[in-house]
Design a protein around this ligand. Sequence first.
Ligand code: 6PG
Length: 243
Amino acid sequence: MTPEVLVYPDRPALIEAALALIIERILTAINERQSCTIALSGGSTPQPLYAALAGADLPWQQIQIFWGDERYVAATDPDSNYGMTKRVWLDLVPIPAANIHPMPTGLAQPQLAADDYDRQIVAHFGSEAGSIPVFDIILLGMGDDGHTASLFPHTAALSVRDRLVTLGDKDGQPRLTLTFPIINQARSVIFLISGASKQTALAEIFSPTGDPTAYPSRGVAPQGELLWLLDAAAGEKLKSEGD
Ligand code: 6PG
């Protein structure tokens, strides 16, 4: 499907719009399949969105929460994506603990953790061998360098095609990340991007030609919907001439 770019005047408007769009897609998934599987992004941008979701009246029993990537730290670490989401959202809603699937970060070897989460996803979706599970929603952020999830520029994770979860590498720091094959299998992929520091990477990503290993977000091309939700500060350079 053709990507859709939606630019909002400021960050509060971006979060308000993202909240409505995500709730709509959660309810559609539940209406159609009695369940919604969503993989969350980390970082700072989605925090107000997650806080707003804590106030939403949703059928939490039918929502399954996964993560798109995770820093390899304990849940109590300030850098933990799971820890942040739990604090601002999941601890505040009546979602069953069994519906929350954090990436394991307590194993001695991060690769074993990646393999474990791969198995958890396959088990949850009951996927046939060789088929790729289909998330209803995958929420993504984008770094100033154009990375998404923990798919960083010029790293081995970008070329992994035979796993659902692999090791990311942020300047030598281990990460766990979904791979392009499972991201691109999703029914709906939604980027949530805010701030002027994202302008350059967005211009590269939306240019007609470009190196996806330098700007990994270029590699996101789902079989389903792709929404780019930006505030004006981030989307400045995407405006066509004369806007
Ligand atoms: C992470 C994220 C990562 C994030 C971008 C943008 O674990 O950090 O999943 O991909 O979305 O780095 O981060 P900000 O929202 O903080 O700019």
